[in-house]
Write a protein that binds this ligand. Structure first.
Ligand SMILES: *[C@@H]1O[C@H](CO)[C@@H](O)[C@H](O)[C@H]1NC(C)=O
Ligand SMILES: *[C@@H]1O[C@H](CO)[C@@H](O)[C@H](O)[C@H]1NC(C)=O
Ligand SMILES: *[C@@H]1O[C@H](CO)[C@@H](O)[C@H](O)[C@H]1NC(C)=O
Ligand SMILES: *[C@@H]1O[C@H](CO)[C@@H](O)[C@H](O)[C@H]1NC(C)=O
Ligand SMILES: *[C@@H]1O[C@H](CO)[C@@H](O)[C@H](O)[C@H]1NC(C)=O
Ligand SMILES: *[C@@H]1O[C@H](CO)[C@@H](O)[C@H](O)[C@H]1NC(C)=O
Length: 193
């Protein structure tokens, strides 16, 4: 008798959880997030995004964009080495299925939007060789699945946040060539990978 009640309850909980995580977001959300990103790119020497990232073609065929088979949501973004100048809008935080982002070797500047904290599936962030500035965000500590964090050769200032030690999956951390100061936090020693 008990099991008969428990089973539908589990299904109900699972559905509820999926709905909560999905938060009514779909590929249209991803499209508007990427169009917002495109609008922040002021210089695109080869016109690659200007021409290709067009609402008239499906997001999943846009250059640099990869979608998952199961959910048809954006799982990877790679627009590295394209001499792009721009900054990152808060809408990037709506790419809720994003696993990997590679913006390396461009001229992206400004600070990283706090909304990125929502990207809990992220495993790879490669922002190396750009002009990002501000403090290294302490909210990186909430991206528990992160395996690679490359901030090499940017303009991040201030201290290394001890919260980086919360990213227990982290395997690769590159903060080289940033005008940082202070000690390396002792907590970093807790990162066993
Ligand atoms: C995405 O969701 C919105 C409402 O939340 C809906 O209007 C739209 O048709 C959906 N788009 C797709 C491609 O499923
Ligand atoms: C963008 O590029 C992809 C792959 O190269 C192509 O399939 C698609 O049609 C292009 N879209 C536009 C609007 O140029
Ligand atoms: C990001 O792209 C560059 C090439 O544009 C590549 O060298 C680098 O390995 C990529 N990063 C990751 C983590 O794959
Ligand atoms: C996406 O992100 C922006 C800013 O973070 C927010 O205003 C917007 O409502 C979000 N949701 C959708 C579905 O675009
Ligand atoms: C890091 O973990 C500690 C304890 O495990 C927690 O108190 C703190 O809120 C976490 N901070 C971040 C930024 O993840
Ligand atoms: C750092 O990046 C700049 C371009 O943003 C480049 O000119 C410089 O050579 C890079 N420095 C190193 C040591 O790689």
């Amino acid at each position: 008798m008990e099991r008969a009640y428990t089973f539908p309850l589990v299904i109900l909980l699972a559905c509820c959880l999926t709905a909560c995580i999905a938060n009514n977001m779909n590929i249209s959300t991803d499209e508007s997030a990427l169009l917002a990103f495109k609008s922040r790119i002021s210089t695109d020497p080869s016109n690659i995004l200007i021409k290709n990232w067009s609402a008239s073609t499906p997001v999943c065929v846009w250059i640099g964009v990869t979608c998952g088979h199961r959910h048809q949501r954006v799982t990877a973004l790679d627009i590295s080495s394209r001499n792009l100048i721009g900054n990152i809008p808060s809408q990037l935080g709506n790419l809720s299925f994003l696993v990997s982002i590679n913006l390396s070797s461009n001229y992206f500047y400004g600070s990283l939007p706090r909304e990125m904290i929502q990207l809990r599936r992220l495993k790879i962030i490669d922002f190396g060789f750009n002009s990002f500035s501000g403090q290294i965000p302490s909210w990186f500590g909430f991206l528990q699945n992160l395996q690679l964090l490359n901030l090499r050769n940017n303009s991040f200032t201030g201290f290394i946040p001890p919260s980086l030690s919360n990213i227990s999956m982290l395997q690769d951390l590159d903060l080289t060539l940033n005008p940082l100061q202070g000690k390396i936090p002792e907590e970093i020693g807790n990162l066993h990978n």
